[in-house]
Design a binder for this molecule. Sequence first.
Ligand SMILES: C[S@@+](CC[C@H](N)C(=O)[O-])C[C@H]1O[C@@H](n2cnc3c(N)ncnc32)[C@H](O)[C@@H]1O
Length: 291
Amino acid sequence: MPDGTVSWRHLWDETAVLHGRPQARWLCEEASGAFGDEFHGVLAEPATERQVAHLDAMLLRLQGGEPLQYVLGHWSFRTLDLLVDRRVLIPRPETEWVAGAAIDAVRDLLRESGERPFVVADLGTGSGAIGLSVAAELPRGSVEVWLTDVALDALDVARANAAGLGMAAAGVRFGHGPWFAALPQRLQGTLALVVSNPPYIAHDDERVEQSVREWEPAGALFATDNGLADVRTIAEGAAEWLRPGGRLVLEIGSGQGLAVCELLLGAGLVDVEVRPDLAGHDRLALGRREN
Ligand SMILES: C[S@@+](CC[C@H](N)C(=O)[O-])C[C@H]1O[C@@H](n2cnc3c(N)ncnc32)[C@H](O)[C@@H]1O
C-alpha cells in the first residue's frame, strides 16, 4: 500500500505461509475484529498499527507452542462461542457429540412427561461447554442446569460463558466442589440427567500430546486407577442422585468401555451402553436409574 501500511489480504497470505489458510484466517479475523463475511469486506483495507501488533502478539504465542484456541481466547462448541483460556480444557469435537447425546436424553424425558423443569447436572463443567449447550438448545424453562467444578477458576470461566448466553442461561446454576458434593443436598434423587466429561486419562498414558500436557490443566485430564477413579465416583453417586428413570451420560476414554460398563452395572444402573465415536473408539457411556 502507498503509505507503508499493509492490507488484510496481504497479512492473511503472509500468515498462511506458516500457519495454513484456515488458521491464518481465524487469526486475522481476531486481530481485525471482522468475522465471517465481514472479513471479506475488509480484505482490501489497511490494518492499523494496533491490529498488526495484536496479530504479531498472537503469532508469538503460537510460536511458543500455545494452542490456537487459547491464543484466540474463544472457540466454537455446537451453537456456542465459548471463552476459553488456560483455566479450562479446550472443548473437543467428540464432546460436542456427547453433549448431543445428553440433549437427546432430556428431549426423550420431556416427551414422556409434562413436568417442568427437569434438573440436569453437568459435573466437571470446565468452560461450561456441555451444560450451557443443554441450556441453550432445549426449550426455555424446560431445564434447570447445574454447572459444577472442583476448580474455582474453571467455574469463573463457565460463569462468564453463561453471562454471554443472556436469557438462555436463566435456568443455569453453579456449584463448587468435588462431583456430587457440589450440589445442594435437596437435589439428591431428583436429577433427570447427570452428564460429565471427567478426567479419564491415566497418568502414564504416552499417547497424550506434548502441547496438551504442557498447556491444558492437569486436573482436567488425568485420573488415578488407570484413568477410571473419577468415572467410578460419578457412577457410584449416580444411582443415589438421579431420579427414578433419570439418565447418566459420560464421556469416556478409548478402551475403557468394558470397565465403565462394569462400573455402571455395579452401581445398579440399567440400560447400560457404550457407543464408539466416529474413529471407532469407546467414547460415550450411558445408563439409567430404574423407574
Ligand atoms: C475433561 S475436563 C471437562 C471440561 C468440560 N466439561 C468439557 O467437556 O470441555 C474435566 C473437568 O472436571 C473438573 N474436575 C476434576 N476433578 C474434579 C472433581 N474431583 N470434582 C469436580 N470436578 C472435577 C476439572 O476441573 C475439569 O474442568
